[in-house]
Design a binder for this molecule. Structure first.
Ligand code: SF4
Ligand code: SF4
Length: 56
């Protein structure tokens, strides 16, 4: 169950440096997670101000 960033993302960038496996990147309209590499640690969700990353 990889994490996915919802459309609530405001592209603040806080989550990107927190990911231990560097699978978060800035997409065209919001930040995105490469689900294949996500190890479900929850670090992104812990720092997100709008609670956008959620386990799928
Ligand atoms: Fe990265 Fe962890 Fe978030 Fe997955 S849950 S995208 S591994 S910070
Ligand atoms: Fe988007 Fe939350 Fe990441 Fe900021 S911390 S870029 S709002 S998912």
């Amino acid at each position: 169950m990889a994490y996915k960033i919802s459309e609530d993302c405001i592209s603040c960038g806080a989550c990107e440096p927190e990911c231990p496996v560097s699978v978060i990147s800035a997409g065209d309209t919001q930040y995105v997670i490469d689900a294949d590499g996500c190890i479900e640690c929850g670090a992104c969700a812990n720092v997100c101000p709008v609670d956008a990353p959620k386990p799928e």
